[in-house]
Design a protein around this ligand. Structure first.
Ligand code: KG4
Ligand code: ZN
Length: 334
């Protein structure tokens, strides 16, 4: 069978990325231009600055990716693009670039939901086996999704308020760690002790999550200690927060695996890089005899390889779009 090469573009937040992936599973070349250094002075992503930088970078990133792959547009079979969810101004830049390539080179245009992209980062590691449970943990999402086959998404539950990555970043900010704080909290957690008492998030029977109470408890604790003149032991607070947050994710994931008798788990999104989560998933899966995959570290946070991989399976599912495709800041994964 002829090989299929998908060129993917991702620009939903503060990374401008282009990648070429073969048959939805083999990365040929990826370029990621990150804006972290620009946004960290503001403590988070500034949407207007993000879109301006996407405009500046997008053509260079696409050209560099083709160069790295030693390929021309003639060898590309389709263009996959993140159409949403994300920052609307940022998304628009990628979508317009993808539409332009699709029009000029007469290639199919494949819209990819950002979360489908995170899920399919795992296809770059090993073949996905169904039925599977996808645990999506990112800056914008915390979801449990059941898949019975490729490109079929059944959401079992999700966060009722803050996403887990967002919560990590806010906890980091209150203890003065630089944006993005998630990885820094993770590092501190490994050297700290769980000496602070924090509330357990959501004790219910659903597959939903809630992290805003935990986040507020951390913020209040820091403010109260500051008022009393007590120093905060950052590594202990990070360890205490991480223990509660990760336990919550593990408990709900375990419930979904057991109740659905699902034997394959994939973890997706920026927080999949979290060492504490990796350790606990490993423990849980060996106890339940479940096979699991994590994306490699470089594909946990936003990148276009995951979009190109998802784009391949979206194309097999006949999900192409015409040039009227528009970006969407929010959209259901379906
Ligand atoms: O998937 P992603 O790049 O963006 C969204 O689609 O939302 O995820 C970024 C999020 C940020 O909140 C970042 O702090 C978090 O992932 N993150 C981590 C770690 N690495 C990245 N959170 C906890 N531990 C980590 N090691
Ligand atoms: Zn993402």
């Amino acid at each position: 069978m002829k090989d299929t090469y998908i060129l993917g573009i991702e620009s939903s937040c503060d990374e401008t990325s282009c990648s070429i992936v073969k048959n939805g599973c083999e990365e040929i070349a990826t370029i990621i231009s990150s804006q972290i250094d620009i946004h960290k002075d503001y403590g988070g992503v500034v949407p207007e600055i993000a879109s301006r930088n996407h405009v500046k970078n997008v053509t260079f990133v696409i050209e560099e990716c083709l160069e790295k792959a030693k390929m021309s547009m003639d060898e590309i079979d389709a263009i996959a693009i993140t159409y949403g969810p994300g920052l609307i101004g940022s998304l628009l830049v990628g979508v317009e670039a993808a539409k332009t390539l699709s029009f000029i080179y007469d290639k199919p245009l494949i819209p990819v939901h950002h979360i489908a992209g995170h899920i399919y980062a795992n296809s770059l590691v090993k073949e996905m086996k169904f039925p599977l449970l996808a645990l999506v943990v990112s800056g914008g999402h915390t979801e449990l999704i059941k898949m019975d086959k490729h490109y079929s998404f059944n959401k079992l539950g999700g966060t009722l308020d803050d996403a887990i990555g967002e919560c990590y970043d806010k906890v980091a900010r209150v203890i003065n760690l630089e944006y993005p704080g998630g990885p820094k909290v993770d590092k501190l957690a490994h050297i700290g002790k769980c000496s602070y008492k924090l509330p357990v998030p959501l004790k219910d029977d659903s597959y939903n999550f809630s992290f805003s109470g935990l986040k507020s408890a951390v913020i209040n604790l820091v403010h109260n200690e500051e008022q009393r003149g007590n120093p905060i032991i950052k590594e202990d607070l990070a360890a205490s927060f991480q223990k509660v947050a990760i336990s919550e994710i593990i408990n709900k994931t375990k419930k979904a695996l057991e109740e659905g008798n699902i034997k394959n788990l994939i973890v997706a999104g920026g927080v999949a890089a979290n060492q504490g989560l990796r350790e606990e998933v490993e423990k849980m899966c060996s106890e339940l005899n479940v096979e699991y995959t994590f994306p490699p570290m470089k594909y946990c946070t936003d990148n276009a390889a995951m979009i190109a991989a998802a784009g391949y399976f979206a194309m097999l599912d006949n999900r192409s779009a015409d040039l009227s495709l528009n970006s969407k800041s929010t959209d259901k994964l379906q």
